[in-house]
Design a protein around this ligand. Structure first.
Ligand code: HEC
Ligand code: HEC
Length: 278
């Protein structure tokens, strides 16, 4: 389950309480829009177009364009596949209109800037972007453009990850064997990923000092299993059973990875999910 509740859903609940109308209630639950990212050629020209393109570069070549804010070997698009244009890989299509959003992890209403910086600090094991930096403005411009055809307050189909269920307790020993057979060819036998001959990004690490830290969403079993099921092995998403996705996720999420210094501040209201690593 998503541990978030959008501001719009809250407002809707308030409106429904006021009117008590079942017709309105039915309309209110139909809150998804089709997944339709805008075509590349529709990117505007001029200063807005430049900011959008820069945001695309920042998120797909984060190692190059935002190096000083990144503490590992990942790009944003290592997880948000195709620069946030893949459903069920936490896409950014429609993201503009669903923030601000209340999140239980910090028990606050989070802006889209806060959410971007959360991934910088956890998934990228790095530092937050200054809110008024050109990098933040570029990322926001890109997300705004990706979202331009989605109404405000509406989730796209394929937002986040499609949750799956394990039939029995996930088994990391079986997961290790699945990893060796189906993942190691790209991510390396030791999980450290692989770089090209000039040190350039090729396959991202799944654990170790150069991977996401324990505070990242991907370090959580349910999230990692859902991502893997839909998207891995790359190009063969859906080929693992739900149980295999859980077993392999139980293996790699528990491998050593960087700590997250501010972890004690998470879930201040005490509703920590069971699959958190701390
Ligand atoms: C290691 C994988 C990983 C990397 C790298 C990563 N993220 Fe994320 N990101 C996640 C996960 C997991 C979520 C939570 C999605 C969920 O549970 O619905 C998320 C959520 C988000 C969201 C909110 C999505 C939503 O639907 O609410 C935004 C925005 C975002 N990330 C931006 C970024 C940016 C910008 C970068 C690069 C600076 C980045 N992420 C790097 C894994 C990653
Ligand atoms: C054909 C090569 C290939 C195979 C096989 C493969 N992956 Fe990936 N994986 C990738 C690439 C490439 C990315 C990053 C996508 C990008 O940069 O566009 C990725 C990203 C990931 C990520 C998010 C980024 C990170 O470093 O944490 C996870 C988790 C992941 N893969 C898990 C797996 C698992 C588990 C398997 C085996 C079931 C697997 N992958 C098999 C190529 C592969």
């Amino acid at each position: 389950m998503r541990s978030t509740l959008s501001l719009s859903a809250w407002l809707m609940a308030g409106v429904m309480a006021m009117y008590g109308s079942s017709a309105l209630a039915e309309d209110a639950v139909k809150t998804t829009a089709p997944f339709n990212p805008p075509a590349e050629e529709t990117m505007p020209s001029g200063p807005m177009g430049e900011a959008i393109r820069y945001g695309h570069q920042l998120t797909t070549q984060t190692q190059v364009y935002a190096k000083k804010y990144v503490g590992n070997d990942l790009n944003c698009s290592s997880c948000h596949l195709d620069g946030g244009r893949t459903p069920n890989a936490a896409p950014w299509v429609g993201i503009w209109g669903v923030f601000p959003e209340y999140r239980t992890r910090n028990a606050e209403v989070n802006s889209l800037q806060d959410r971007v910086n959360d991934c910088f600090q956890r998934s990228m094991n790095g530092k937050p972007l200054p809110e008024d930096s050109k990098e933040m403005k570029g990322i926001l411009a890109y997300m705004w453009w990706l979202s331009k055809d989605v109404p405000t307050g509406v989730d796209v189909e394929g937002r986040g990850f499609k949750r799956i269920k394990a039939e029995r307790a996930p088994n990391p020993v079986l997961g290790k064997a699945i990893y060796a057979e189906k993942c190691a060819v790209c991510h390396g036998a030791d999980g450290q990923g692989m770089k090209g001959p000039e040190g350039q990004y090729m396959f991202p690490p799944l654990w170790g000092a150069k991977s996401f830290n324990i505070g990242a969403g991907m370090a959580r079993l349910n999230t990692a299993a859902a991502f893997v099921k839909a998207n891995m092995p790359l190009g063969q998403g859906g080929s693992l059973t739900d149980q295999e996705a859980y077993d392999v996720a139980a293996f790699f999420t528990q491998q050593p990875r960087p700590d997250y210094a501010r972890k004690h501040k998470d879930w201040p209201k005490g509703d920590k999910p069971k699959d958190a690593r701390y």
